[in-house]
Design a protein around this ligand. Structure first.
Ligand SMILES: *[C@@H]1O[C@H](CO)[C@@H](O)[C@H](O)[C@H]1NC(C)=O
Ligand SMILES: *[C@@H]1O[C@H](CO)[C@@H](O)[C@H](O)[C@H]1NC(C)=O
Ligand SMILES: *[C@@H]1O[C@H](CO)[C@@H](O)[C@H](O)[C@H]1NC(C)=O
Ligand SMILES: *[C@@H]1O[C@H](CO)[C@@H](O)[C@H](O)[C@H]1NC(C)=O
Ligand SMILES: *[C@@H]1O[C@H](CO)[C@@H](O)[C@H](O)[C@H]1NC(C)=O
Ligand SMILES: *[C@@H]1O[C@H](CO)[C@@H](O)[C@H](O)[C@H]1NC(C)=O
Ligand SMILES: *[C@@H]1O[C@H](CO)[C@@H](O)[C@H](O)[C@H]1NC(C)=O
Length: 800
């Protein structure tokens, strides 16, 4: 019985597998190319086109494997990734090499020749690569093209007017490159164009009005260029299909074009930074009943915008940006029937508002409110927290003094249902204790209350936010008492610097395994070095500056650290020579697409000594590295392993008791910009190799026991005399240039009567040299700061 049952089961299994097998065979036959193989000339042209470029590895945001990885030479090219062939003719009609890490010039002779063979192409996508060069005018002969997408590359030069010959073109995307020059009039001939995106380039000149009269267009994106002159839209037909018109952040001047009112289908209009130089008639927008997103920031107009009128006019509006204009939030005929509006995003930054607009109370759908940079005094109204969809609110840079409580039951009941995630309230005049109702806003991710006058302890109830809070900034207040046990598992950035906090760092900090930034600068914390933080694998910034920390430090771990400032404490002891061997993030920087340390909408900021001046980083670049151990009592030699930190920018060991020689291996610190070892007990020579550190703009060897010839090189010659003063015996041509009275002081030679006679004069000179050096130092510092602030990420959209 058992046997026969088994054999029946066995038979069924066999049958089942046979069935699967047959299905598979059928499937294979079904997918085998049954019709045309790819034409060999076209296949060769594609391969040749691709081979004109290098494939960068690694490269970012590319899928792996890359499309071209599937391009084996002998298989049918119609089945390669990124290629589509015409079903009947077998001609290659689509070539999509986006996100393929391609690097190189696109207008080489060969790539142009290969493109000419591909004349059947209807779609050419090369977006998100590293391609450069100009668009070859032969693109104009790809006469079947309907889609040309070159988004996010390094293309430059002008658009060839031959693109106007691509009469079938429906979509042209050239945004996020470095194109220059005017837009050719011929683009106005593209009568099938529906989508035109030339944003984020350096195009200039006036816009051909023919562009706006192309009847098929539904989207025009020209924002973030240098277009100038007055804007003329031409004779727009009321049947225009235009839905999206982005012209913001250019150099347009003069009145806003009235004809914009004829684009009755418009859903998005961006005219921000239009230099209207006078009055604006905002009624021109009143016909645009479909508008959902309206960006009108910084119009340089004297006209006062009536917010209530505006909101009543556009009832379907979702986003309204009026920042940088004069906005009145009070209606003359006070609103008895509040406008029924669905607005969710409202930007009113820098609008000269002096009272919290009561109208906002009625905007129940609001999710984002930016009312920063105004002159609002008094209390933040309690009803703000009852807007149940509000997620992001920016109250920064006003004159608020407190948070008004709404009725007891009302607030605590509604607050727990609040959606509030980001609360920015820095740079106000808030006084008193941090209000505990904040602890009831259970969705909070970011709280920034920095630069206010809050007093008292950090409220213990904040523990309630442990599930969500990831950034807390209480910097520069007058908070006192000890630090509560902060057990917010999600915390990434904690800044409590510049208060009057005492006691020890709570050991529970070591459980914040996502922590990236810890800044307790300028408090009165009296503790040993928190070596227990070394378990935090993500810690990038650690600032203990100006507290009462004491004892030896243990630095062996900290793999992600990029900025450490433990200056002005009472640390002592010898740093072991291998103490930096695990600081791998300072060995070589990963190429980071995120330019700054940020947590959602929150950017970490900090203050740091660099090149002798206090530098404020409003955003901390991920490529910036610094070690500041100055003003402690460290002894022993400078750890040899410091030479491993090839990406170190700032090193300050001044004002300690370091002994021994400066190692010549410090020449390996090729990224170093600022080196301060002054006020130690270093002996021996300054290694000649340091003269080759070409970024080293600031250095200070003063107040040590150094001897010998100061290295040459432009950087050493640029230092003021005071960078070398008070040593045992430094000399050399570098010094002769900057220190007129230097030899007499440092080589110990007795002053001759002749020198004595000149001494006053020399002192004046050396004093002048110091001043010049100081000014140079500031100039360097400012330059660096400027570069850091202006370093524009490739695609940065204000998230707010
Ligand atoms: C393409 O455009 C250019 C410049 O606009 C023009 O000179 C040329 O004759 C056109 N070529 C064809 C084939 O239409
Ligand atoms: C604008 O176009 C309309 C219809 O397309 C035409 O009747 C009118 O004359 C044109 N106006 C101008 C100034 O060209
Ligand atoms: C730190 O605390 C210890 C006692 O715990 C005390 O002796 C020492 O003076 C304090 N240091 C400072 C700088 O306040
Ligand atoms: C190094 O630190 C000392 C003391 O903290 C400070 O005075 C000096 O300006 C710093 N050096 C540089 C180059 O920033
Ligand atoms: C300095 O760099 C060179 C070459 O990069 C390397 O061979 C040497 O080991 C480095 N020295 C130290 C002490 O890191
Ligand atoms: C170098 O350091 C000494 C002592 O720390 C200071 O007096 C001098 O001004 C510094 N020189 C420069 C150029 O900053
Ligand atoms: C809040 O407003 C301030 C002042 O306008 C601005 O600097 C900051 O970037 C804003 N924050 C966000 C998240 O937009």
């Amino acid at each position: 019985m058992k046997d026969s049952r088994n054999s029946i089961i066995g038979f069924h299994i066999t049958l089942y597998f046979l069935f699967i097998f047959i299905l598979n065979i059928l499937h294979v036959f079904a997918t085998v190319p049954t019709r045309h193989l790819c034409h060999s000339d076209q296949r060769d042209a594609i391969v040749e086109f691709k081979n004109e470029f290098k494939i960068l590895k690694p490269c970012f945001d590319s899928p792996s494997p890359l499309k071209t990885a599937s391009w084996a030479k002998n298989s049918d090219c119609c089945y390669w990734d990124g290629i589509t062939c015409n079903n009947k003719s077998g001609d290659v009609i689509e070539l999509d090499l986006s996100f393929n890490c391609l690097h190189g010039l696109v207008n080489s002779k060969r790539s142009i020749l290969s493109l000419q063979t591909l004349r059947f192409l209807t779609t050419l996508r090369l977006s998100n690569n590293y391609l450069s060069g100009q668009i070859p005018s032969s693109f104009g002969s790809l006469s079947n093209l309907t889609t040309l997408d070159l988004y996010s590359n390094y293309f430059s030069g002008r658009i060839p007017s031959s693109l106007g010959n691509l009469s079938h073109l429906t979509s042209l995307v050239l945004s996020f490159n470095s194109f220059v020059g005017e837009i050719p009039f011929s683009l106005g001939n593209l009568s099938h164009l529906t989508y035109l995106d030339l944003s984020i380039n350096d195009f200039s000149g006036t816009l051909p009005s023919s562009l706006f009269t192309v009847p098929s267009l539904d989207t025009i994106c020209l924002e973030n260029n240098q277009f100038n002159g007055t804007l003329v839209l031409g004779n727009i037909s009321s049947s225009s299909k235009l839905v999206e018109l982005r012209l913001g952040s250019n150099n347009f001047i003069g009145p806003l074009p009235r004809d914009v009112s004829k684009f009755v289908k418009l859903e998005l209009l961006d005219l921000s930074h239009f230099n209207t130089q006078g009055s604006v008639d905002f009624s021109i927008f009143s016909h645009l009943k479909s508008l959902r997103n309206l960006y009108l920031s910084h119009l340089n107009t004297t006209t006062m915008i009536d917010l209530i009128e505006m909101l009543s006019c556009f009832k379907a509006l979702d986003t309204l940006d009026l920042s940088g204009n004069h906005v009145s939030t009070k209606n003359k005929s006070s609103f008895s029937t509040p406008p029924l509006v669905l607005i969710s995003v409202l930007y009113l930054s820098e609008c000269g508002i002096i009272e919290f607009p009561e109208i906002l109370r009625t905007l129940h759908k609001m999710t984002n409110l930016d009312i920063s940079n105004n002159k609002i005094k008094g209390q933040v109204p309690g009803w703000l927290w009852t807007l149940s969809d509000l997620m992001i609110v920016n109250l920064s840079n006003n004159s608020f003094i407190g948070f008004k409580r709404s009725t007891k039951t009302g607030l605590s009941a509604t607050a727990s249902e609040s959606s509030m995630m980001y609360l920015f309230a820095s740079n106000n005049n808030f006084t008193g204790k941090i209000p505990s109702f904040i602890c009831a806003l259970r969705s909070l991710r970011t709280i920034d209350l920095s630069n206010n006058n809050f007093v008292g302890r950090i409220p213990r109830c904040m523990v309630n936010l442990k599930g969500t809070l990831s950034a807390l900034n209480l910097r520069q207040n007058r908070l006192s008492g000890g630090l509560p046990h902060i057990i917010f598992g999600s915390m990434k950035s904690l800044d409590i610097g510049r208060n009057q906090l005492v006691g020890k760092l709570p050991r529970s900090l070591s459980r914040l395994s996502f922590l990236e930034v810890l800044n307790v600068e300028s408090n009165k914390i009296n503790d040993t070095f928190p070596y227990w933080l070394s378990s935090l694998q993500n810690l990038q910034v650690l600032v203990l500056r100006s507290n009462a920390f004491y004892g030896p430090v243990q630095l062996s771990q900290f793999p992600k650290l990029q900025i450490i400032d433990i200056s002005h404490n009472h640390f002592n002891g010898i740093l072991p020579s291998d103490c930096f061997v695990n600081w791998t993030s300072m060995f070589a920087l990963g190429k980071n697409e995120d330019q700054y340390i940020s947590i959602g909408y929150y950017f970490a900021s900090m203050v740091l000594m660099n090149k002798g001046i206090e530098m404020e980083l409003l955003r901390v670049p991920k490529i910036f590295t610094a070690i500041d151990f100055s003003g402690n009592k460290f002894e022993g030699e400078i750890p040899k392993s410091i030479s491993l930190l090839k990406e170190l920018h700032v090193l300050n060991l001044s004002n300690n008791a370091f002994i021994g020689h400066i190692a010549s291996s410090m020449r390996n610190l090729t990224a170093l910009e600022s080196l301060d070892v002054s006020q130690n007990k270093l002996s021996g020579k300054i290694p000649q190799e340091l003269g080759k550190l070409s970024y080293l703009a600031y250095m200070n060897f003063s107040h040590n026991q150094l001897v010998g010839e100061v290295p040459g090189g432009t950087q050493f010659r640029r230092q003021p005399c005071s960078s070398f003063e008070e040593n045992m015996g430094l000399y050399g041509p570098s010094l002769d240039e900057v220190c007129v009275d230097f030899h007499s002081k440092t080589t110990g030679e007795a002053d001759t009567p002749e020198l004595e006679a000149n001494k006053d004069e020399e002192e004046v000179l050396s004093w002048i040299a110091t001043i010049i050096g100081f000014i140079l130092g500031i100039a360097f510092g400012l330059t660096i700061a400027y570069i850091m602030f202006s370093y524009k990420p490739k695609w940065f959209k204000n998230p707010f």
